[in-house]
Every structure is written in structure tokens, then in C-alpha cells.
Write a protein that binds this ligand. Sequence first.
Ligand SMILES: Nc1nc2c(ncn2[C@@H]2O[C@H](COP(=O)(O)OP(=O)(O)OP(=O)(O)O)[C@@H](O)[C@H]2O)c(=O)[nH]1
Ligand SMILES: [Mg+2]
Length: 350
Amino acid sequence: MRFIDEAEILVQAGNGGNGCRSFLREKYRPKGGPDGGDGGKGGDVILLSDSKRNTLLELHLQKHYRAERGIHGRGKNQHGRKGKDRVIRVPVGTLIRDAERHEVLHDLKVPGERFVAANGGRGGRGNARFVTPDCRLPDSCEEGARGESRRLHCELKLLADVGLVGFPNAGKSTLLARLSSAKPKIADYPFTTLVPQLGLVRVDEDRSFVLADIPGILPGAAEGVGLGLRFLRHIERTSVLLFLIDLGDPSWEDPLSTYLKLREELGCFSEGLLKKRLVVAFNKIDLPLALERKSMVLDRSEFRDQEVFFISAVGGKGLGPLTRCLFGHVRESRRQPEASPSDAVRGGMA
Ligand SMILES: Nc1nc2c(ncn2[C@@H]2O[C@H](COP(=O)(O)OP(=O)(O)OP(=O)(O)O)[C@@H](O)[C@H]2O)c(=O)[nH]1
Ligand SMILES: [Mg+2]
């Protein structure tokens, strides 16, 4: 299935049903009075976060969503039925913006969360509602109100605790497969991973965190080299970043260069990424060349204040201390209150 993380759609709520103008005329009751029923409310367009979805592909293919209109009122005080809501299922982590005003309307962070993106129009009142002591035979009734209509920009930003960042071939997917039950594609050529993938890492029976593997980034990614930086949006919400550096890479220059290049590219995407808790893991320590280079890393003063691990994603060496360290940071960030809680569920238009 194609991974699509951005889509623009048009949502149109149903119009309210019209109120009815009617007078009861029955045998023996020729002047039965006004009996026009009300129109039903138009259906809403609702976005629902569904943990079984992981792409916005459907919204990319179908761009127009319309809810049913309310049914018109009828004589004999029969009120029209409410129009059916239109429910659009999206992945958890979908951020919804008004496409014209660019303001964030809602962030669907929890499975099963509902956001009313367009409110159905109110049903019109039938003439039976307009009876007053002065006006016993009202002639007027209302039309149903129009349903809201708006263009939405939906962006999927995956929800993970730790984001894996590294050059292609560093072993990111190997590490994800080793630590979780995810089954990412692994191969000895660059850009094996083309779409982000999540895995649940179990530290022990009741402690776990979500790790996100994203496509590798290259120097110059900010200018579009390789797959560019667009996948970095999927680690924007993580609390910790794990830089994975290939210590057995033949084209490796010195311990610092890969690390600094990764930082530079992240900074080009967003300064916020560099403010996250950062852990560095040097991978492929099972290779003799990598082992030789370990002391070069330890000699660099730049890494002295940095949490650094030497691991083998293939062989499993050093993974216990690394996961415990990552979990420690994740737990710390879970204790801190969220910066911008969003509790709106009905997004009325101004
Ligand atoms: N010797 C050794 N090889 C490893 C280790 N980890 C990964 N590899 C190999 O490195 C190659 C690349 O691994 P991947 O996991 O696909 O790397 P990636 O970072 O996900 O690469 P992209 O998805 O292309 O960005 C594969 O051939 C792996 O078998 C390791 O610890 N030791
Ligand atoms: Mg990969």
C-alpha cells in the first residue's frame, strides 16, 4: 500500500431540511390548524482516528466528502429525519488544518477520537412552530440552514517516542527489526526504506516505547538530495532522537563528520529537532574496522558530554544498555505535561 502523509480534501456537511407549511384538513376538522413539521438537521462530516489506518492514501484518492441533508418536514406535524453523518477514517497522528487560513483545527492523537470538521445545517421550523395568541394561522415556515463547507489540509505525523536518524545503510531497519516485532526491509544498498515504519520496543513486561524508522538522509537532503527531508515530520513528535552511525563505513572520514552532517540537515528542517534529547549509537561494532575506530570516537572531546553507545544491530551487542537509556528519557518526557493540549472536538467555523 502506498504511504501518503499529506492530502487536501473538501468536506461539505448536509443542509438542514426545510420546515413545512401545512394546514390540517380532515373530515369533520376542516379548520384543524397549522401542522407543518420541522426539517431535520443536516449530517456532520466527522474525522475519526483509527489505529488500523497508517496512510492518508484514501484521502488522496477521494477528495470530496459530503454528508446527507436533513429530510424536509411534512404535514401532520411530521418532523424530517436528521441527515446521516459522513465519517472519514484517518490514521492516529493526523493533524487537520484549514487549508485556506492554515490554522490548526485539531490534532487526532488518540485512537477513536472524533472531530466534527463541518457542522450540518439546522433544520428549518415548520409553520406549526409559529403559532402565537395573535397569529393562529401562521403562513410562514423556514428553509433549512446550509451545512458548513471547508477545505481541509490533513497531514500525518506519526506518533513515536524515539526517532531513528542516520545515513542510508547505517543499519536503522536492522535495529528496528532486532528490537521490535516490526519486519522492515533490510538490504545492503542505500534507500531500502522508502516509508516510515514503527515498532514497539519492549524493555520488560510492562515497559515499552515506540521506535520510528525513517528513510535515510544524506548531506544536502535539505536541497532535495536523496529522498529529501520530508520524512523528518514523522520524528517531530518524538521526545528522543537516536542517531545511528555506521562505524564500519569505508567512506567514513572521522568520528565527528557524520554526526555533524546529520545535525546540520536536521537543523535545516527545524531547529526544534535539535532541542530534543539526543543519543548516539555507533553501529556494526562486530566488524574489525569498526572496532579499531572505537578509540577514535572516545578520544573526541565533543562526545564526552554526549550519551554514546557502541552496538551491533545484527549481533545484538550493546542493545540492552541502549534500550534502557532510551526508555529512561522517554519516561522522563512522559512525566512532563504536554505543551499544547488540544481538547476541541467540534470545529465550528467562525
Ligand atoms: N556487520 C554488520 N552489518 C550490519 C549491522 N547492522 C546492519 N548491517 C547491515 O547493513 C546493511 C544495511 O542495513 P539496513 O538496516 O537496511 O540499513 P538502513 O539504515 O535501514 O538503510 P536505509 O533503509 O537504506 O536507509 C544490511 O546489509 C545489514 O545487514 C551490524 O550491526 N553489523
Ligand atoms: Mg532501512
